[in-house]
Ligand binder design. Structure first.
Ligand code: AMP
Ligand code: ZN
Length: 137
């Protein structure tokens, strides 16, 4: 389902024009207007889902297959050296548009972008506690 107040619903369904790289029944892939690198694209499902928690399994599965297809094509056409696949869920994780999307970010040697995190140094106890919390009943 589409939401009237959602900009990515409008873009994905063609109500707002975008630089479309690919389209099928389920997804539209567009160029990001604030690209990290040359070719930075967004994969947007046509049906609204807030985030990955909210995305139907079938769409989630199809998304990774399409990401691979787009990456292969873009690698060939853009001659990029690497790729980051980024997918943010929730404000704390950097999600600014509350309609699920996947960033496809081509990387070039020396592009100067930083996509990553600061490494932390938890104790063995902390790591064990986290493991138990996730795996325990
Ligand atoms: P996120 O921070 O993961 O929610 O990513 C949102 C992304 O959407 C950012 O990279 C924005 O540059 C991009 N964006 C927002 N509005 C538009 C738009 N109208 N067309 C293309 N990209 C957009
Ligand atoms: Zn939406």
């Amino acid at each position: 389902m589409k939401r009237d107040d959602c900009i990515f619903c409008k873009i994905a369904n063609g109500e707002i024009p975008s630089r479309t790289l690919y389209e099928d029944e389920t997804f539209r892939v567009i160029l990001d207007l604030g690209p990290a690198t040359k070719g930075h694209a967004l994969m947007i499902p046509k049906d609204h889902a807030d985030d990955l928690y909210d995305l139907p399994d079938q769409t989630a599965s199809a998304a990774l297959v399409l990401a691979k297809k787009m990456m292969l094509r873009m690698k060939d056409r853009l001659q990029c050296d690497g790729f980051n696949i980024v997918q943010n869920n929730g404000e704390s994780a950097g999600q600014t548009v509350r309609h699920f999307h996947i960033h496809l970010i081509p990387r070039y040697v020396g592009d100067g972008q930083q996509i990553g995190w600061k490494v932390t140094n938890p104790s063995d106890e902390e790591l064990n506690e986290i493991k138990d919390r996730i795996t325990g009943e």
